[in-house]
Design a protein around this ligand. Structure first.
Ligand code: HEM
Length: 210
């Protein structure tokens, strides 16, 4: 998995992302996975507390299968985890936190996700979202974070084939261990990651799915 970012401009919103991932057809995960970040204009010199993310994951068998996850610290454990899956035309998300390699708990910190856009089709689901208070985390006093001014983030990804149980109730999903690939890598932030339009883009995040 490459550390260098690929620039992606979302055609509908004009949001510019640094993206990384595994191409559709790659051997590490069926269907491919892509994730990206856009940072506030000063995010490469001052640590950002939020970002706009893009997450595109795959459904293998049929529409509305699969879930995918990001670790904003890299490892599964002791990092803020974001889990996403499709149901109907909606993408649901749940922030999670794990202290061991078992079903992660609901995250109890103040991270907040609002959606900018989403698409669901037979093979992929894709979400553009604003993630506030996502780069520092605290689960019952256990704190950590990611520093955007460091010029890179350590990110982890996983993908799974089955749909979660209880898919329309994010705090009560049930998951089996991910079975469609995983990775952890240093995602190098280049100059495309931060943009003066960030505030205007973030204002497009108006949809909350609970
Ligand atoms: C890695 C179990 C859910 C993110 C692992 C590994 C195990 C595991 C055993 C290590 C595998 C290896 O090294 O070969 C589970 C179980 C889950 C679960 C049993 C739920 C029932 C999740 C979720 C996320 C996640 C929801 C993210 C949203 C990761 C990541 C790795 C990983 C990023 C690779 C980095 C690392 O090894 O720490 N998981 N997991 N996992 N998991 Fe999970």
């Amino acid at each position: 998995q490459a550390s260098a970012a690929v620039k992606y401009t979302d055609p509908a919103t004009g949001i510019i992302f640094d993206t990384w991932g595994i191409a559709n057809g790659g051997s590490q995960t069926q269907g491919g996975i892509t994730f990206g970040v856009a940072l506030p204009s000063d995010g490469l010199s001052n640590d950002a507390s939020e970002f706009i993310g893009i997450l595109t994951c795959s459904s293998k068998d049929t529409i509305n299968t699969g879930w995918c996850g990001l670790s904003l610290g890299g490892p599964m454990t002791n990092s803020l985890l974001l889990t996403a899956w499709p149901k109907g035309n909606t993408i649901y998300t749940s922030f999670r936190y794990a202290t061991g390699y078992a079903m992660p708990d609901v995250y109890t910190g103040d991270a907040k996700l609002t959606q900018i856009s989403s698409t669901v089709n037979a093979t992929h689901y894709s979400l553009i979202y604003r993630c506030q208070n996502c780069l520092k985390w605290n689960q019952g006093g256990q704190a950590g974070g990611a520093s955007t001014s460091a010029g890179y983030m350590v990110l982890g990804w996983v993908q799974a084939f089955p749909a979660p149980g209880n898919p329309t109730c994010p705090s009560q999903i049930t998951l089996a261990q991910h079975d469609n690939g995983m990775g952890i890598f240093g995602a190098v932030l280049d100059s495309n990651a931060a943009n003066p339009s960030y505030t205007a883009w973030a204002a497009k995040a108006t949809k909350t799915v609970t």
